[in-house]
Design a protein around this ligand. Sequence first.
Ligand code: PMV
Length: 329
Amino acid sequence: MKKVWTESAPANIALIKYMGKIPGQGNRPTNASLSYTLEHLRSYVQLEAIDGEVDQWQALPAIDGKHLVTLELSEKSKQRFLQHLTSVRQGMSASTQAFLVRSGNDFPSDCGLASSASSFAALTKAAVRAICELREIKLPSIHTLSELSRQGSGSSCRSFFSPWSVWRDDGAREVPELSHLTNLHHMVVVVEEEKKFVSSSEAHRRVTSSLLFNGRVDRAEFRLRELLQALQLGDWSTATEVTWAEFWDMHALFETSRPSFGYMTARSIEVLRMVRAELWRNGLGPLVTMDAGANIHLLFNDDSLGRDSFASAQRMFATNDLRVIVSTM
Ligand code: PMV
């Protein structure tokens, strides 16, 4: 029987955003970022050794009897994914053994979550394990795995650590001072299901043309310190303010780039206004963030106030005919 290596990795949502890369250094961020790991939203990757020297890709429809969302990758995305396998192999000076790569996600691709973080992390884990077993060598550390993954997709390097991950110049790490803050409940308000017209790679390039990019690194670093302290002290209200300002900062960079672009729609703004007016009333509402897309991500604390707020949000969005995707609870 043919040997198959299967691995999975979770998605993550950044509260301090990675936006902007240091030119010519692969996916090296201009500023540090902080994310919460979404353990319930996972990508699965299977590798099977095949004859020949050319890797192949197929959608993975199910894993252990569980259905996955059938992926339809464009030719460009397929090539980018397989190119990462080639880079991992080269990075480990491994033979040119070809693999059939199958991949799938257990979450919809229209929920505003880039599946590139979870899928590149899962591919890195599967590729490294396969290569190490075939070469009978020891598995590298999780930090090495994360660094290898970063070269394929920047934000994927954070998916190796949980429940929180911080990515600085020297790579991503767990955040021991926030290890108590777990079981946050994640909700996405889906206002837009179309594919984005400016990719995040292009966004990383363009934001540096904005005059607001001056000072961006300092603002992100300042907010990172503020947010870490607020979360550590249980100061949820400050955490909501910092997180809110941070995603607006990133979206302002998009809008003030030359040429400018943007992802927010009228509906996104409407939802943001609703969240601020209705859910933040006691300073106990969710952390709010948006990625390079129009959908709104909410993270609720796992205490009785957080659960109440979660229930109010569900009622409010249902009344307003807004579709939500809930990944826990
Ligand atoms: O990893 P990339 O190149 O897809 O960049 C992701 C960037 C954001 O999702 C917008 C922010 C982040 O930190 O995840």
